[in-house]
Design a protein around this ligand. Structure first.
Ligand code: FAS
Ligand code: PHB
Length: 389
């Protein structure tokens, strides 16, 4: 098999990269080790920055997003006795969209399978070779169990945190920064109409809580818990009682309903640099992980592949290396900005158990809720900064 760009991973990064390249006449093959059903069923991100929504729409995969997505013009920040609304359009002229990553993935896969570049599911034994040459190869076994070799001009490692691509970059020497947070998120899906128009990010002495939504009849809610907590120790009633406590506001209450899914998600920040080795380029979670408090994970993946697609078109069509040579630095500038913002939101809103921290957090929250300058800084980061910082 031969293609210009071999892409490992059919998550949002790999799929969108393939689409953006195809629109520029660059061919690719996407290799995915899971089944289509598995990939489309993964519940993950939800908040799309304005740039992400615009990119998907411009790439011709935004029709359902425009029809079924929920455009949100702000968030509520809460601490005991106060719920303050940040109005994004008045602060920074942008909005965000609530539209599940699962739906984005379904839209991208449907487009890919409707006459788009090859997308192979259930491959295994994926190995990269000769990435330091201009003829890298991907060895793999296809779903039928037949060994295959994909000859490429370039390989894109969009295979997530547990993929095979980053270790290949690491072999040539790279730096890694990691922070594991001393808390996790217990998340539930509930058949209950959200009791709020915008997301509520709530600080409380007992811990952080987040009120989000999937669709008009379905709520998505999260509680800060200790990373050692077990989901079986959290019956529905205990979860609802904790949400009521942490989000309490006079003459308002959380809407309860049947819990249809619950899980505990660990929280960490992770960055690896560079995001390139020879003709192998990393994008998305393969290179970085952020805690979900800032709603940046999916949006960072989209920003990476927007930059990478531009760079690969320049290399493969115009034979110019300037953009591929600057890709890692340009992508990492945004990665660190989003890593900082995700750390800022996480540190401001999650109880550490230390009362000095609590006073700092409350002071920061009061500052954001009272200063247009501080609110604008949060709004600009949350809705997404320009691609090239
Ligand atoms: P992905 O991990 O989505 O995709 C990588 C793909 O590569 C996968 O399909 C995988 O099966 C495949 N793959 C791996 N190894 C392979 C191999 N050897 N060969 C072939 N294929 C291989 N972000 C937010 O902004 N908000 C959230 O609330 C949020 N919640 C999250 C919850 C969870 C449980 C997780 C894990 C992540 C969450 N994220 C969230 C972050 C998430 O949305 C990621 O940022 C996003 O999926 C990144 O997309 P990709 O880089 O494409 O990586
Ligand atoms: C979600 O709805 O899953 C969600 C929303 C905002 C976040 C994180 C997760 O910051």
């Amino acid at each position: 098999m031969r293609t210009q760009v071999g892409i490992i991973g059919a998550g949002p990064a790999g799929l969108l990269l393939s689409r953006l390249l195809a629109l520029q006449g660059i061919d690719s093959v996407v290799l995915e080790n899971r089944s289509r059903e598995y990939v489309e069923a993964r519940i993950r991100a939800r908040i799309l920055e304005q740039h992400t929504a615009d990119t998907l729409t411009a790439a011709g995969v935004g029709d359902r997003l425009q029809r079924q997505g929920l455009e949100h013009s702000g968030i509520h920040l809460q601490y005991p006795g106060t719920r303050h609304t940040l109005d994004f359009p008045s602060l920074c002229g942008r909005t965000v969209w609530v539209y599940g990553q699962t739906e984005v993935t379904k839209d991208l896969i449907a487009t890919q399978l409707d006459g788009g570049p090859p997308l192979l599911f259930c491959v295994f034994d994926v190995h990269l070779e000769d990435v330091d040459t201009d003829a890298p190869r991907i060895q793999f076994t296809d779903a039928a169990g037949t060994p295959q070799v994909l000859e490429c001009d370039v390989v894109a490692g969009a295979d997530g945190f547990h993929g095979v691509s980053r270790p290949v970059v690491q072999e040539a020497g790279e730096r890694v920064w990691e922070r594991t947070y001393p808390y996790a998120w217990l998340g539930i899906l509930a058949d209950a109409a959200p009791a709020t128009d915008e997301l509520i990010y709530a600080w409380h002495p007992e811990g952080f809580a987040l009120y989000s939504m999937r669709s008009p009849p379905v709520s998505r809610l999260y509680l800060q818990v200790d990373p050692s907590e077990r989901i079986e120790d959290w019956p529905d009633e205990r979860i609802w009682d904790a949400l009521d406590t942490r989000m309490a506001l006079e003459s308002w209450s959380v809407n309860r309903g049947p819990v249809t899914e619950k899980s505990i998600l660990p929280m960490r920040s992770f960055v690896s640099a560079p995001m390139r080795r020879g003709r192998l380029f990393l994008a998305g979670d393969a290179a970085h992980i952020v805690p979900p408090t800032g709603a940046k994970g999916l949006n960072l993946a989209v920003a990476d592949v927007t930059l990478l697609a531009q760079a690969l078109v320049r290399l493969l069509r115009e034979k110019e290396t300037d953009l591929v040579d600057s890709y890692s630095d340009r992508a990492l500038a945004r990665v660190w900005r989003c890593t900082h913002f995700s750390w800022f939101m996480t540190s401001m809103l999650h109880r550490s158990g230390d009362d000095f921290d609590a006073e700092l957090q409350l002071s920061q929250l009061r500052r954001v809720c009272s200063s247009e300058t501080a609110a604008r800084e949060l709004a600009e980061n949350y809705t997404g900064l320009p691609l090239d910082l």
